[in-house]
Design a protein around this ligand. Structure first.
Ligand SMILES: CC(=O)N[C@H]1[C@@H](OP(=O)(O)OP(=O)(O)OC[C@H]2O[C@@H](n3ccc(=O)[nH]c3=O)[C@H](O)[C@@H]2O)O[C@H](CO)[C@@H](O)[C@@H]1O[C@H](C)C(=O)N[C@@H](C)C(=O)N[C@H](CCC(=O)O)C(=O)O
Ligand SMILES: Nc1ncnc2c1ncn2[C@@H]1O[C@H](COP(=O)(O)OP(=O)(O)OP(=O)(O)O)[C@@H](O)[C@H]1O
Length: 513
């Protein structure tokens, strides 16, 4: 992995600041002939020749970092009137807008990077659970179809062998257009992008027009951000407008899915996972084990696909079906995808999602690490395990501090209802007392009146406890940390990788070489 914060073009063309000022009605102090070769929103990510966007934030005004941006080589700062005043003493030309800098940043970044008309196909996926999973399946299917893929997910941004870890699920527009520009340089033909509701309402996608966007499911999350489900849903729905995308694909199994398909302002294709439901495509799961899920997908005009994903859960078949339809609707024939696969097997690996830490052929218990952190994800995973786990299900998780607190009791209840043994531990307590978070999870867990419930705050001890309780055929699922490599406690990011910890504990127990 690179240490850079973002992936950028290697050979950018300078974009004249005069042209930028004219197009976006900016008052400019830049010298005639001055130009920008990149755009950055964060002083720590500024590179030589960048236009730095000094934007007012929730905590600071970006213009406070103008001197740092100048020192890093910024050519000018785009800001608002307050920002220009804040940076008056700094030796950095300014371009001042009367709009909120965020509102024009996407178009500005697209102009500077030349990404207004991306040469490849662009795919966006939104929903509460499974966005990252769909992105990785999409990338795998693109590869199978013979296309050069690129991706942006919660875990990472990727262009060929260039990879940077992601900070946000959906990058700020400045980062996104830099990434797309590098993809264009490397002849990327199809891009899968994970779209958060926050990104839609915060203009992070401005200047991008997707060929196909998709919606998979909707359930409670992010209420700390959006206040209520209706506002959260409206943010997802807003992606389905001509300003963002040409067409959409929607899973219509639920009332929210049906509503989204109905209220979409762009044409949509509908997928149902039950025959008998009115939809354009239908998915049927034909076989499930802990190692794979097989499915048949049938669509209009005899279109069909028979395939499998090497992960457990009906929802993974649904993620794959959605990805297949997205590509089909963008004009990539299913036969072209099939030709690049062996017997329809989609060899997808999703970092930290249902990722197995044990060897699949082990005689002992199997251990999976996952990123699920919503009641909806818990329900889907535990329902799947109920169908495929040969022995007991041991589930361990903790909840985020300083984030949506209203989902905690539901998470505890669903976790206990779907498992045989539940271990409640800490995740990212942030500024909250960890024992208070655990108490809310435990209250939910006890209300289910089902699993044996154990409290062990220290995740390292909890991992070892889970292993000590498991025998052959049993499945341990550790939900929450997924691919992450830190634990956030009281304002500090402490090194913690669940994947490394689990592997170490399995070795100590003689269950892994
Ligand atoms: C609530 C929210 O979206 N906040 C975002 C916002 O932060 P902010 O307004 O607090 O910024 P600030 O700290 O006041 O700083 C103001 C400006 O100064 C700049 N700055 C700041 C410090 C510095 O040293 N140098 C510098 O240039 C910042 O880049 C920013 O432009 O602008 C920052 C810069 O882009 C973002 O990093 C930050 O995302 C924070 C980290 C965040 O947690 N966002 C979450 C809510 C989010 O967007 N999540 C979604 C969904 C995740 C999911 O599905 O689970 C996502 O897409 O990630
Ligand atoms: N289609 C689905 N429906 C319900 N749950 C799912 C689905 N796909 C995946 N999950 C569960 O949700 C977890 C998180 O999946 P994934 O990371 O793909 O979601 P996400 O939407 O990207 O989450 P985030 O927005 O937090 O990054 C998975 O590991 C799995 O447990």
């Amino acid at each position: 992995m690179s240490n850079a914060l973002s992936i950028r073009p290697h050979d950018p063309s300078p974009f004249p600041l005069e042209e930028l000022a004219r197009r976006f009605e900016l008052r400019s102090t830049a010298a005639p002939g001055a130009a920008a070769t990149g755009v950055s929103l964060n002083s720590r990510d500024v590179r030589e020749g960048d236009l730095y966007i000094g934007m007012p934030g929730a905590h600071r005004h970006g213009a406070e970092f103008a001197a740092a941006a100048a020192a890093a080589g910024a050519t000018a700062m785009l800001t608002d009137a307050a920002g220009a005043e804040l940076a008056a003493a700094v030796d950095l030309p300014v371009l001042v807008t009367d709009a909120h800098p965020r509102a024009i940043m996407g178009e500005v970044a697209a102009a500077v990077y030349g990404t207004e008309h991306f040469p490849g196909k662009l795919f966006g996926i939104t929903g509460t659970n499974g966005k990252t999973s769909v992105v990785y399946v999409l990338a795998e299917l693109m590869r199978a179809a013979g296309l050069v893929p690129g991706l942006s997910s919660t875990a990472e941004r990727r262009v060929g062998d260039e990879v940077v870890p992601a900070d946000l699920t959906s990058p700020e527009a400045s980062e996104l257009h830099g990434l797309l520009a590098r993809m264009a340089e490397r002849d990327v033909e199809a891009v899968a992008i994970e779209v958060s509701a926050q990104a839609v309402v915060r203009h992070r996608l401005d200047g991008v027009n997707f060929d196909v966007v998709a919606f998979n499911n909707f359930s409670q999350d992010h209420l700390d951000e959006f206040g209520d489900l209706e506002t959260y849903f409206a943010a997802k729905l807003a992606l389905f407008t001509p300003e963002h995308a040409k067409r959409g694909v929607v899973v219509v199994d639920t009332a929210y899915g049906k509503r989204l398909a109905h209220e979409s302002k762009i044409p949509v294709t509908r997928l149902a996972t039950e025959f008998g439901q009115s939809a354009d495509w239908h998915l049927a799961v034909t076989r499930q084990t802990l190692d794979a899920v097989s499915f048949v997908l049938q669509g209009p005009d005899g279109a069909h696909f028979r395939g499998s994903v090497p992960l457990f859960g009906r929802f993974m078949a649904e993620n794959a079906a959605l990805a297949l339809i997205m590509l089909h609707d963008a004009g990539i024939p299913l036969a072209q995808i099939e030709a690049g696969l062996t017997k329809g097997r989609i060899p997808v690996f999703i970092p930290g999602r249902l990722e197995e830490m044990t060897e699949p052929d082990t005689e002992g218990p199997r251990f999976f690490v996952d990123y699920g952190h919503t009641p909806g994800a818990f329900e889907a995973m535990l329902e799947a395990l109920g169908e495929v786990a040969p022995g007991k299900v041991i589930f361990m998780f903790g909840a985020d501090g300083d984030r949506d607190t209203t989902k905690r009791e539901d998470m505890g209840r669903i976790a206990a209802a779907g498992s045989d043994t539940l271990i409640v531990c800490d995740y990212h307590p942030r500024s909250e007392p960890p024992e208070a978070i655990r108490a809310q999870l435990l209250a939910g867990a006890h209300s289910a009146n089902h699993a044996t419930v154990i409290e062990e705050g220290d995740p390292r001890k909890a991992v070892r406890l889970a292993i000590s309780l498991a025998g052959p055929g049993d499945v341990i699922l550790y939900a929450g940390p997924g691919h992450e490599d830190y634990q956030e406690v009281a304002g500090q990011k402490l090194p913690y990788s669940a994947r490394d910890e689990v592997r170490a504990a399995l070795r100590e127990a003689g269950l892994l070489k």
